[in-house]
Design a protein. Structure first.
Length: 273
């Protein structure tokens, strides 16, 4: 696992966007051989999406031959609801780039047969050739996608009941009323994320500090599902300084020294300037 420590949220977002853009550009995607990108929702990737859209508008990056698969979607929430992840993605990202609508894949939380919908999603990922790069965030309790604490670390796309912590964290999007937050979601599994050829996780702010600590300093544990990324061959966590407050000083200094020697921050942060 590689850990990149940016000074603040904006530097983290620009770094991550440039990193993703370079991966797509270097891949040289075509209609017959598209780049397959996994996408998260939530507040953490908003800056990433903003900067990716800017690169698209500048002509640096095209999404014409990019296929996307989102991590999750609420169950029984209308796709047109402003807090559905369909709405989130089209409002904050897809409507701002040149992606083809037919290349966008988001789980249908209103499908008549939710189990069949989950199985079909896994099939579509395989038919697309697997995910080249899965972007993601992490919850305060260390969950990735909606793989709540206690989830199987080999899980596949399925229905999950959300924990009280997740419902409380998400109620700010529903008028701060917990009764309005859906209690279930469809989500890719930990195993689905682990199958991606590369994973990039965003972690920002002091509320994510405990999750970052468990994700990179403690052992693999199904109560902190993002810790499974320790077992991935090509996993990168990019965080801001505020998220590092619970790391050991030696851990923090190791990653800071490493990125300074390698020039990691500057190489990507200034890549398209």
């Amino acid at each position: 696992m590689r850990v990149i420590i940016a000074k603040d949220y904006d530097e983290m977002s620009v770094w991550a966007a440039n990193y993703v853009a370079k991966r797509i550009i270097d891949f040289k995607p075509t209609a017959e051989h598209p780049f397959v990108l996994g996408c998260p929702t939530g507040s953490s990737p908003l800056g990433l999406y903003k900067h990716l859209a800017e690169l698209n508008h500048k002509g640096v990056l095209s999404f014409q031959n990019v296929v996307t698969f989102n991590m999750d979607e609420y169950v029984n929430l209308d796709v047109n609801h402003p807090e559905s992840y369909h709405s989130f993605m089209w409002t904050n990202f897809f409507s701002k780039i040149d992606i083809k609508p037919e290349n966008v894949h988001i789980l249908d939380g209103n499908a008549k047969d939710l189990l069949a919908e989950c199985a079909h999603y896994e099939e579509m990922i395989q038919e697309a050739g697997g995910i080249d790069l899965f972007m993601g965030g992490v919850g305060p309790d260390g969950h990735i996608a909606f793989n709540e604490p206690g989830s199987s670390l080999t899980s596949r796309t399925r229905i999950k009941t959300l924990t009280t912590n997740t419902i409380q964290a998400n109620c700010r999007f529903f008028d701060n009323d917990e009764t309005k937050v859906p209690k279930q979601a469809l989500t890719v599994g930990v195993g689905t994320v682990m199958d991606a050829r590369e994973v990039l996780i965003l972690c920002n702010g002091p509320k994510k500090a405990r999750a970052l600590h468990h994700m990179i300093e403690n052992g693999v544990n199904h109560m902190w599902t993002s810790s499974m990324l320790q077992m991935h061959q090509h996993a990168t966590v990019v965080c801001d300084e505020e998220a590092t407050v619970e790391l050991k000083i030696s851990t923090y200094q190791y990653f800071k020294d490493k990125q300074q020697i390698e020039g990691t921050i500057g190489r990507y942060y200034n890549l398209f300037k």
